[in-house]
Design a protein around this ligand. Structure first.
Ligand SMILES: O=C(O)CCC(=O)C(=O)O
Ligand SMILES: [Fe+2]
Length: 261
């Protein structure tokens, strides 16, 4: 899949630009940075977004250069996601099919292919600014170059790439559904002057028109309701309509506890 992705980014600019759109809610699009119309500084990154729900039906709209590989990869990621959602439901003491049912028959799966070119002055820029994903889970495949860092105790910790390993990130929607028992992870990508880097994220989500709120089982006296109800599309729009800055989209739905006098 990484080789097929590289072929796409090696296509002539005009072939890649055929997919370009500045509409951040368009599921199939080629782009750069995060949202170039509002980013305070552009990020050293190009990307191609692929809608993977109903992949078999939509495959003809995908760039031909990786159609077959991407379709096979989507099937594998879907199978893995079914297993992960089951295990995560159990770890929250819920029936195994709970999270899968919450994602529902219209579960979204969007894939993003990231390309970070080698950068002559990496200290002056960043590949992907600090953010948390808006997903329930994100499954990430990366090449052997490295550059991804996760936030841990106010430090940036590099994620060493392991051959043939996938990385699973928890996103903001999982933090909301679990009422904060699972925390989404803030992460960023730095670039380097020696080599380009490729990564592929598979983002699993509820449907855009689904209303998300903490699951009743995750709310009790010791874990009071921490998030308001929100339509996923409204939450997603908060993310794409502002500069990337850590987990700030969650502030929009957080319930702030009333301070005791
Ligand atoms: O390139 C990476 O390792 C991470 C990409 C990422 O964070 C994303 O696509 O949301
Ligand atoms: Fe991310």
């Amino acid at each position: 899949m990484l080789e097929a992705t590289e072929k796409f980014f090696n296509l002539p600019v005009k072939d890649r630009m055929a997919y370009f759109s500045s509409d951040m809610t368009k599921p199939l699009r080629y782009g750069t940075s995060h949202n170039p119309t509002i980013d305070s500084a552009l990020q050293w990154r190009d990307c191609m977004y692929l809608p993977c729900k109903l992949a078999e039906e939509n495959v003809q709209t995908w760039p031909a250069v990786y159609r077959k590989e991407a379709l096979d990869y989507v099937k594998e990621m879907n199978n893995l996601t079914e297993i992960l959602l089951e295990l995560m439901s159990e770890s929250l003491h819920l029936a195994p099919n709970t999270l899968r049912n919450v994602l529902g028959p219209d579960m979204l799966h969007n894939m993003v292919l990231n390309y970070y070119p080698a950068c002559p002055q990496p200290d002056l820029t960043i590949g992907f600014r600090e953010h948390s994903d808006k997903s329930t889970i994100t499954i990430l495949l990366q090449d052997e170059i490295g550059g991804l860092e996760v936030s841990h105790k106010d430090c940036w910790v590099p994620v060493q790439p392991l051959k043939d390993a996938l990385l699973v990130n928890l996103g903001d929607v999982m933090e909301i559904l679990s009422n904060g028992r699972y925390k989404s992870i803030a992460h960023r990508v730095i670039v380097n002057s020696n080599s380009k880097r490729l990564s592929i994220g598979s983002f699993y989500n509820v449907a855009y028109n689904a209303i998300i709120s903490p699951l009743p089982h995750c709310v009790d006296e010791t874990h009071p309701l921490a998030f308001k109800k929100v339509m996923f599309m409204d939450f997603f729009k908060k993310f794409v309509s502002r500069d990337l800055d850590g987990k700030n989209a969650l502030d929009y739905v957080k319930i702030t506890p009333i301070e005791e006098p």
